[in-house]
Structure formats: structure tokens, C-alpha cells
Design a protein around this ligand. Structure first.
Ligand SMILES: Nc1ncnc2c1ncn2[C@@H]1O[C@H](COP(=O)(O)OP(=O)(O)O)[C@@H](O)[C@H]1O
Ligand SMILES: [Mg+2]
Length: 298
């Protein structure tokens, strides 16, 4: 993982959000079929299944036969969203890609290389804030670069750039305790991006924020992702967030997570607050909701 200082993540219970998804077993039948591409993809999951085994030997199947390819698009950032209900296995999929847990079956590759451990080519932003409280915002940002032996001057240049892009330039010398919830998540995003991972894994990073802050963070993420050449895998259970951020949305089933549908989101010319109530935006939201609920339940 790009972020060697991140402490072991805890499974965070509960996922506060706005439009929660409750997928019905009576939803439309799965339409997704994995068709592996011939070229080497940036990220590939191939028949990945994951079960947790407790001390008594009892298995909880969290992920079942998940396969997808994310292609290399040079000089172009991309946001791929995984949309699924709470507890379906979204965090489990991200943790496996991060190398924090091994799939029970199947394989994960980045640029054709099997994932066996955490690595700098993948960076994760968690729902809960995970910075070092005793380091300043700038020191937190520069921590990974420092471990890599990047010289001080270059570290400073990079931290200036990323502090600027997430709007925290004035808070460089403050400590995490001085930051609001939204600012903390901006710091976490900058701290991950500064290491230039090929794949950025975001696990409901705005789930704990109030709606207004959350909307601001979504816009910021879109702006930042346009200037970076990396792929963001963004997990959420919020339909509106999925449509606003995603270039592609994979719709997941309840646990064990399977991919039911793949939906391409049209490229909206302008992303602003008005977009969320625009007919073309609402149409994609409705399409996702139609895939998630049976008509009788709406
Ligand atoms: N460490 C664990 N041990 C046992 N079961 C777990 C563990 N982590 C998650 N689970 C279970 O696996 C399922 C999927 O969890 P998770 O991936 O966190 O879901 P999501 O992120 O979609 O809410 C849940 O039913 C959860 O209770
Ligand atoms: Mg989760």
C-alpha cells in the first residue's frame, strides 16, 4: 500500500449516509458478465471469493466469484464505483485489493502482477480517519515520501502541491486535532495521492460527513481526480454519490457480494450542485434504483 504508516484498519460498524441502498432479492436478474480483455489490465479480479472463518471454524461468505478488469488509460484519471448495501462485502473487496487480506479463491493482479501483500502501487483511504496525531498536517502528508527517502526539498514541493489541491494550504502546520471532519478526510486523500499510487481505494470516505460537507468533498474529489493519472475505486451505498462520482458503477448484491450489473455513467459536461436535480442525472439514479428494487417495492 502507498501508505505504510496507516495502522491496521478496524472494521467500522454502521455506514451513515443519505440515500441508503437496500437491495431486494427480487431485483432484476444479474446482467453482468465478465469478459476478460486481451491486454494486461491495470487491475484484474479473477473469480475472487472471500470467506471469514471465526475461531469456532464457522465461515461467513463475504464475496462470491467477483471478476472485473480495469484498463490502463494513459494520462486519464477514472473513478469506478462499487455500489452495494451495508454489510454486502464492499470493504472486504477493497481490503483484498489493498493486500490486507488474501482471497479464499481467485486472483488479484495489478499490471499483471499478483497481489500478495500491501504495496505502494495501491493506496487506501478509510472511512475512519487514520493520521498520526503527533505529526502536523504537512508531516503526515510527507510521511510516505520520507520513508521512501525522497529529499526534503522535493517532499516540500509535493506537499505544497497536494495541500493546495485539497484546500489545506493554510493548515499545513496544524495538528489533526485542529481539523474538522471534512478537512481530515481531505488530508487523508492528499496523504494517499501524494504517493502517486496506480490504484486509489476509497472505502466510503465521506460516509461520516454531514450532507453539505459531503457534497463539497465529492466535488473536490472530482477536481483532483481530473488532474491525476490514477484509477480511483470508490465504494459507497449511496446511489446519488455513485452517479455523481462514477464513470462506471458496478452494482453489488447483498452478502455475499457478487457483481449484478455494470452501468456506464454518461459524461456530464458540468458537475455542480444543480446537476443532482437535473433530469439527465435523475435518469441514471432511477436506472440504478430500478436495478436494485423490484417494481412492487417502489
Ligand atoms: N473480520 C471479520 N470476521 C468475520 N466476519 C466479517 C469480518 N469482517 C466483515 N465480516 C462480515 O462480512 C460481511 C461483509 O463485510 P464488509 O465487507 O465490511 O461489508 P460492507 O463494507 O459492504 O459493509 C459482513 O456480514 C460482516 O459482518
Ligand atoms: Mg464497509
Amino acid at each position: 500500500m502507498s501508505d505504510p504508516m496507516t495502522p491496521n484498519p478496524q472494521v467500522v460498524g454502521g455506514e451513515p449516509g443519505t440515500v441508503a441502498v437496500t437491495v431486494s432479492s427480487k431485483g432484476q436478474p444479474a446482467t453482468y458478465r465478465h469478459e476478460p480483455v486481451a491486454e494486461t489490465p491495470k487491475l484484474r479480479l479473477s473469480h475472487v471469493s472471500i470467506s471469514y472463518i471465526d475461531r469456532a471454524g464457522q465461515a461467513t461468505e463475504a464475496v462470491r466469484d467477483v471478476s472485473f478488469d480495469i484498463l490502463n488509460k494513459p494520462d486519464c484519471g477514472e473513478i469506478v464505483v462499487f455500489l452495494g448495501p451495508s454489510g454486502c462485502g464492499k470493504s472486504t473487496i477493497l481490503k483484498a485489493i489493498a493486500g490486507l487480506l488474501a482471497p479464499t479463491q481467485g486472483e488479484i493482479t495489478v499490471d499483471g502482477q499478483p497481489v500478495t501483500d500491501v504495496g505502494r502501487d495501491r493506496g487506501m483511504v478509510f472511512q475512519a480517519y487514520t493520521s498520526f496525531g503527533w505529526l502536523t498536517v504537512r508531516e503526515n502528508l510527507e510521511y510516505g515520501l520520507r520513508l521512501q527517502g525522497v529529499p526534503k526539498e522535493e517532499r516540500r514541493k509535493q506537499s505544497d502541491k497536494y495541500l493546495q489541491s485539497v484546500g489545506l494550504a493554510d493548515f499545513a502546520d496544524r495538528y489533526p486535532k485542529d481539523l474538522s471532519g471534512g478537512m481530515k478526510q481531505r488530508e487523508a486523500i492528499a496523504r494517499t495521492l501524494i504517493n502517486r499510487p496506480k490504484v486509489v481505494l476509497m472505502d466510503e470516505p465521506f460516509g461520516a460527513l454531514d450532507p453539505q460537507t459531503r457534497w463539497g468533498m465529492q466535488s473536490l474529489l472530482l477536481d483532483v481526480s481530473r488532474t491525476e493519472d490514477n484509477t480511483i475505486l470508490f465504494v459507497t451505498h449511496d446511489v446519488s454519490e455513485a452517479v455523481y462520482l462514477g464513470d462506471t458503477v458496478y452494482v453489488l448484491s447483498p452478502r455475499p457480494a457478487r457483481i449484478l450489473h455494470k452501468v456506464d455513467v454518461p459524461a456530464f459536461p458540468v458537475h455542480d450542485v444543480a446537476l443532482k436535480s437535473a433530469p439527465e442525472f435523475r435518469a441514471v439514479e432511477k436506472k440504478l434504483l430500478d436495478l436494485l428494487y423490484s417494481p412492487a417495492e417502489r
